[in-house]
Design a protein around this ligand. Structure first.
Ligand code: FRU
Length: 487
């Protein structure tokens, strides 16, 4: 008997831990991901949420404030963190790093103009006492102009951007910014003349602060750490639409003295290769709702081949790294497992990663949101949270109606279907994200600023939205509080 009538059972995952240096990659299977549709109410009327409320972010009002006061578009953001992702204030200031772009650009044009900016605000103020927009001051760009482009062999790029990553703080105000440098080579019509070149980079600098605020020095040297090897991690020659980005650097208490990173990758096949196997589908033997592998690939599911990569530092300065086999693959499930992070709670390891509705493979559907996997180590047979599906926190979404896009939302879709993206899970289960679009085709407003922080109760293989947090579950806008302080 299946768990939900008409749907397959999810794959059995043991959460068993494997050594970091082994070749074990856990799978988010189609049997797992089909639990997303299994929990959707097929009778939910237009503009209502078809997904369970306990895994759904409360609806964000269209009247949200803009944290930069109209200065810049803001999206992916992260705090100053230590090896275990504690969030630090520095000399009385909270600091965040955000992808930013000029407001004169359309919001959808932001990706090829993204630069790393930063914001600061006084620490230790309860969120209810802060200004409604979070009370941040925009500090400007993090890096001196031009330096993040210097690593590229081919300097004829037309656009060069800084994409997501993480920032580690050490002693004496030393910081290391891990980020993705991307060069684009385009013609006058905006078409790629060769694939974009994405590399994971680290730049060391120093944070400075006085009574007036925060600034940085250094960041003159940018160390290229990794470019996709085509062996575990797909490169531009294999697929011009490859994803390789978003380094999150951390230490694993099980292996003291080593530094790791997780990042977004794709399984390294030539695009279009029929590379999915039965274990990517993951059906239990004899499941009457199992799919046929060849049919799944005939539908093009094998063009959606995400993974979460792992790499390890070879030196204490964190300037030299090498790849390890991925910790998770989502072959024939989704094409993007973005901004992965490792989160520790009650002795368990949680892998959180964001995915779009639009990047799921044919036959799989689920909301924009953050997906979670729990295991006994960084490399383990990860159990997808919440009924085996993986959905940790989704936007209110109606899977019975077309997805639409952030620039052209669907008339029948829930107005919150694009309300949040690029979620980052913080100490205490707080989750921050940016606002993309709020509304339906007849009336919508673009975001480009951080949304309200919400709180997840994380326990075993379940995560549920805490609706007692803030007002009806919505906390302060752009609320990224420090849980530790450095002076
Ligand atoms: C997520 C994301 C990241 C990337 C950035 C580029 O919102 O796609 O994966 O670093 O945005 O803008």
């Amino acid at each position: 008997p299946s768990a939900v009538p008409g749907f397959p059972n999810p794959t059995t995952h043991t959460q068993q831990r494997y050594h970091w240096n082994t070749n074990y990659t856990s799978k988010w299977t189609r049997a797992d991901a089909r639990q997303l549709a299994a929990m959707s109410d097929p009778t939910a009327p237009p503009r209502t949420n078809s997904m369970p409320e306990e895994y759904t972010m409360p609806t964000v009002p269209q009247s949200f404030p803009d944290m930069s006061g109209g200065e810049v578009w803001v999206w992916d953001s992260w705090p100053l963190t230590d090896a275990q992702a504690n969030q630090y204030s520095y000399k009385g200031w909270e600091v965040i790093f955000s992808l930013v772009a000029d407001r004169r650009l359309g919001f959808d044009d932001r990706h090829t103009y993204a630069k790393l900016g930063y914001f600061f605000r006084p620490a230790s103020i309860p969120s209810a006492q802060r200004p409604v927009d979070g009370g941040w001051t925009y500090g400007g760009l993090v890096f001196p102009p031009g330096v993040s482009g210097e690593i590229f062999d081919d300097q004829t790029f037309t656009h060069q951007t800084e994409w997501s990553g993480s920032t580690r703080i050490f002693s004496n105000g030393q910081v290391k910014v891990f980020y993705t440098a991307v060069a684009f080579y385009r013609d006058a019509a905006g078409q790629d003349v060769k694939p974009a070149d994405a590399r994971i980079v680290m730049s060391p600098g120093k944070i400075k602060a006085n009574a007036n605020g925060v600034w940085f020095t250094g960041f003159k040297k940018h160390h290229e750490l990794l470019k996709p090897d085509g062996l575990w991690y797909q490169n531009g020659a294999q697929n011009p639409f490859y994803n390789f980005r978003d380094p999150f650097a951390f230490e694993d208490p099980q292996y003291p003295g080593r530094t790791f990173m997780v990042f977004e990758g794709n399984t390294a096949t030539q695009r279009g290769t029929r590379a999915c196997v039965e274990s990517d589908l993951g059906y239990q033997p004899g499941d009457p709702y199992a799919e046929n592998l060849e049919t799944v690939m005939d539908q093009g599911a094998n063009l959606r081949m995400a993974n979460v990569g792992l790499a390890i530092a070879d030196n204490a300065a964190l300037t030299k790294w090498h790849f390890l086999p991925p910790i998770l693959s989502a072959n024939c499930v989704t094409d993007q497992t973005e901004r992965p992070q490792i989160y520790y709670k009650d002795g368990k390891y949680y892998l959180f990663t964001i995915s779009h509705r639009s990047t799921f493979a044919p036959g799989i559907d689920g909301p924009e949101g953050v997906y979670g996997f729990v295991g006994n180590g960084v490399r383990s047979d990860y159990q997808p949270v919440n009924r085996g599906s993986g959905l940790a926190l989704g936007n209110p979404t109606n899977l019975n109606y077309a997805a639409g896009t952030p620039f052209a939302p669907d008339f029948n879709q829930h107005p919150g279907a694009f309300q949040a993206y690029s979620h980052y899970v913080m100490p205490g289960g707080l989750v921050q994200s940016f606002i993309d679009t709020i509304g339906t085709s007849d009336n919508f407003r673009r975001g480009g600023t951080l949304g309200p922080t919400v709180k997840l109760n994380i326990s075993g293989d379940t995560t549920t939205v805490d609706r007692t947090y803030g007002v009806g579950g919505l906390g302060g806008y752009a609320d990224i509080p420090a849980n530790r302080a450095k002076f």
